[in-house]
Design a protein around this ligand. Structure first.
Ligand SMILES: Nc1ncnc2c1ncn2[C@@H]1O[C@H](COP(=O)(O)OP(=O)(O)O)[C@@H](O)[C@H]1O
Ligand SMILES: [Mg+2]
Length: 553
């Protein structure tokens, strides 16, 4: 239950820390990214719009120049000159030298009859009266056609001007090379996906687009969606890719110049920046997560250790309180019992003396009396021993201080038990540190402690086993470990072993006072007595004594 508590705490710390630290990071990342994306998009839009405008201007200029030179030729020559094909050919040469891109030149009468023609096609003798453009020139005076196939069955467009000579009206008509015209438009096709082309009001391609369509085929967009000013529209291109379209109407109002760019290509720089940002943010998030988990673990572990230590301390406190209370009670009881015992013993002595007298000696039950008295004395003796131990415990110990060599005390105590141990096939191994300091302590009491512990170890082994006695010093303490491989102390008994009169031994063998007294002695010396035990495997009792330096004499 406790461990789930810590796990919960850890989870909460991690959750709160992550929420508090990650939220701003994520918000910041998103804000920067969206700002960035908007900026990039604005820039791209601006670029493509500028491209459309610049290109529209170039095309306007191209048409204006061609129109101007055609008008100039019509203005400076008479119909008579024009009808002379040698002169007409010379005029075409001059026009191409000054402006270029003219394929052919023709003169047409007001009845639509082709009067003269220079160029690569055989168009002489054709009549244009029925053609839409003819009517248009006759009424407006200047006309630039859409691209169409015409008699020559090739896409082209014409510029035509009408001239009045007296009552006579005639038309000078030139064809513009669609390749050169298309080339000018195409020069705005940039990058891998950038396109530039011209469509008319009906969305018919006037120049060949780079992708998805041919001259005179229909564009999948409606040109009327583009406003009068240069407009940028986002849509899907023929390949289903998100694309930006910028459209700018030419000055003639009939043609729309369109530049396009797939968003992905233009945004590739942005995507690079975005990936770097994502990587950076991810690294940051990872670092925060790891640090948070690490710190939370450390904090909770620290807390858990502190709790464990607190609990141990509390248990010790409870134990010593209990001992003090029991000590007081024991002293009272011991006193009360001690006196009756003395009286009993005195009376049995007197009865023994009486039995020696002749009137009893010859009695047939005399022997039985004697044995009974003996039994009484034996049991009183046992009771006295218990009381003696209790009194010894209860007595305010005025420690009798002397220089004590702990190792020597251990050796002496062991020598007392060696015989008994050997007879029961118990080996006592000593592993005593050579450099234990001499301390100021009470040797006989210390010996009593060691004797109690060794006796318990022997009892726990019963027969055949090993006891290891180890001493060492460090951190201002001397540690004595007495380790046996005996029966061990079952879990449910572990709390009780220091209680007075707690014994698992048969009556007569154990009083249950040994550990109680030892605990008290060691505590009063300022040390501690503890144990670890594995039931069935063995027990190690440890006496820790403070190193109290002996007074210099
Ligand atoms: N080394 C040990 N191994 C197993 N049990 C022990 C050991 N030391 C003490 N005990 C248990 O603690 C009880 C109390 O010991 P103690 O106070 O010395 O009293 P006693 O030895 O008179 O029984 C013992 O009866 C025994 O059950
Ligand atoms: Mg004992």
């Amino acid at each position: 239950m406790k461990s789930s508590l810590y796990r919960n705490l850890q989870r909460k710390i991690i959750a709160v820390t992550l929420a508090v630290s990650l939220a701003p990071l994520v918000i910041l990342g998103l804000t920067i990214y969206s700002g960035f994306a908007q900026m990039a998009r604005d820039k791209i839009e601006e670029q493509i719009r500028y491209r459309a405008m610049a290109q529209a201007e170039a095309v306007d200029l191209f048409l204006k120049e061609r129109t101007a030179i055609l008008c100039a030729m019509a203005d400076t020559h008479t119909l008579c000159d024009m009808k002379d094909e040698r002169k007409l050919s010379r005029i075409l040469e001059v026009m191409n030298a000054r402006a270029g891109a003219f394929v052919d030149l023709g003169v047409i009468s007001n009845s639509g009859q082709h009067l003269a023609y220079v160029g690569p096609y055989d168009l002489r003798g054709l009549n244009y009266y029925q053609q839409a453009w003819f009517g248009e020139v006759m009424t407006t005076g200047l006309y630039i056609s859409d691209v169409y196939m015409g008699y020559r069955q090739l896409p082209h467009f014409i510029i035509a001007v009408r001239r009045q000579e007296g009552s006579n009206t005639w038309i000078l008509r030139a064809t513009v090379d669609p390749d050169i015209f298309g080339g000018i438009v195409r020069s705005a096709q940039i990058g891998k996906t950038g396109d530039a082309f011209i469509v008319n009001r009906e969305g018919i391609f006037q120049t060949r687009p780079r992708f998805g369509g041919d001259i005179l085929s229909k564009w999948h967009f409606n040109p009327r969606e583009f406003g009068r000013k240069t407009t940028v529209i986002e849509g899907l291109n023929g390949r289903g890719k998100k694309t930006l379209y910028a459209g700018c109407w030419l000055r003639n109002g009939k043609w729309l110049l369109v530049t396009t760019q797939e968003a992905a290509e233009e945004m590739s720089g942005l995507f690079g920046a975005r990936n770097t940002e994502i990587a950076l943010v991810a690294c940051g998030i990872l670092a925060i997560i790891l640090t948070t988990i690490f710190t939370a673990r450390m904090t909770v572990n620290h807390l858990r250790e502190t709790d464990v230590r607190m609990n141990e301390l509390n248990a010790q406190l409870v134990q010593s309180d209990k001992m003090a209370a029991l000590g007081k009670m024991a002293a009272g009881v011991a006193h009360e019992i001690n006196n009756p015992l003395a009286v009993i013993l005195q009376k049995t002595g007197w009865m023994e003396d009486l039995l020696e007298e002749s009137e009893f000696r010859d009695s047939e039950n005399c022997q039985e009396f004697r044995e009974s008295l003996h039994k009484i004395e034996e049991h009183v003796e046992r009771a006295r021993k218990v009381v003696h131990n209790m009194l010894g415990f209860a007595r305010k110990m005025e420690p009798h201080m002397e220089d004590v060599d702990v190792n020597a005390t251990l050796r002496q105590t062991i020598s007392l038990l060696e015989n008994y141990a050997r007879n029961n096939n118990i080996e006592i191994i000593t592993n005593l540190s050579q450099d234990l300091p001499i301390i100021a302590s009470d040797q006989s009491r210390l010996q009593q402690v060691f004797l109690n512990l060794l006796n318990n170890a022997i009892d726990a082994i019963d027969k055949n086993g090993t006891i290891e006695v180890k001493s060492q010093s460090g951190n201002g303490l001397i540690h004595v470990d007495i380790k046996d491989n005996g029966r061990g102390i079952p879990k449910e008994e572990q709390k009780k072993v220091f209680d007075p009169f707690f014994t698992t031994k048969e009556t007569g063998k154990g009083t249950g006072l040994g550990l109680w007294v030892s605990y008290d002695i060691v505590s009063k010396m300022g040390g501690s007595l503890g144990f670890v035990s594995q039931p069935g495997k063995g027990t190690t009792f440890t006496v820790a004594l403070p190193v109290v330096a002996p007074e210099k004499k």
